[in-house]
Ligand binder design. Structure first.
Ligand code: C5P
Length: 217
């Protein structure tokens, strides 16, 4: 038994933003570099796990030794996650999923019109993490919460609402696009702050915490 190991575990992750089309050349997205999710995917691989990464559009290279499934929209991401879910021991949802998509997506490029700007009608996207965590056969679920204020309160609420045993909280302003990160892990035992460090080191610390949580179940 190696305390920090994920040997023999299958881990599914989401990373990056989602992109919700308005027309063939325009869309709505979230700001997310994908760096934290990719770092976590590599750390899981390095800890011995078999890793599948469902990724929204990012500028990052595909990590070796990991099955990468590229997707665009939240609906795409949900179907790829559901298709990959059987046999997974852990689901880590790092993606910045767009909360809404455009209801009336245009097949053709919208032309600038007389009489004022067009109105976009939005509909709610599925909550991928909450839907996976609610399944009877749910793997061990890890969520992320990037907040711009009231970090720990909002993150605790998210952990309860989405019913995830482990949630990683970070301040959005500090983390976005950066190469380092400072996070707090929230679980049934309480709050576990990690030092400010590179996303690779943060990822390794999360994996160590996750491995211990799995081993003690
Ligand atoms: O966007 P929000 O702050 O609610 O995200 C919290 C967690 O839920 C993250 O782990 C994110 O990946 C996940 N999420 C999701 N599907 C959504 C929205 C968020 O899986 N539609």
């Amino acid at each position: 038994f190696v305390p920090d190991s994920l040997a023999g575990r299958r881990v599914l992750l989401t990373a990056g933003p989602t992109y919700e089309a308005i027309d063939p050349v325009r869309g709505i997205t979230n700001i997310s570099s994908g760096k934290m999710g990719y770092a976590l995917a590599r750390a899981c691989r390095d800890a011995g796990a078999e890793v599948t990464l469902v990724s929204g559009p990012t500028a990052l290279p595909s990590p070796t030794g990991i099955t990468v499934i590229p997707v665009q929209s939240a609906q795409h991401m949900l179907s790829a996650v559901e298709a990959s879910l059987p046999g997974q021991h852990v689901f880590i949802s790092v993606a910045a999923v767009a909360d809404y998509r455009v209801a009336n997506t245009s097949e053709h490029k919208l032309k600038k019109q007389d009489g004022g700007p067009p109105t976009l009608t939005l509909v709610e996207n599925p909550d991928i993490l909450a839907s996976v965590a609610a399944r009877a056969d749910a793997p061990f679920c890890v969520g992320f919460a990037a907040e711009s204020q009231n970090l720990l309160d909002f993150a605790e609420q998210k952990r309860t609402r989405k019913r995830v045993p482990l949630l990683v909280a970070n301040l959005a302003q500090q983390a976005m696009g950066a190469d380092d990160n400072e996070v707090v892990l929230l679980d049934d035992a309480g709050r576990h702050p990690l030092p400010r460090q590179s996303k690779d080191d943060t990822a390794r610390a999360i994996v160590a915490h996750l491995a211990r949580a799995l081993a003690s179940r």
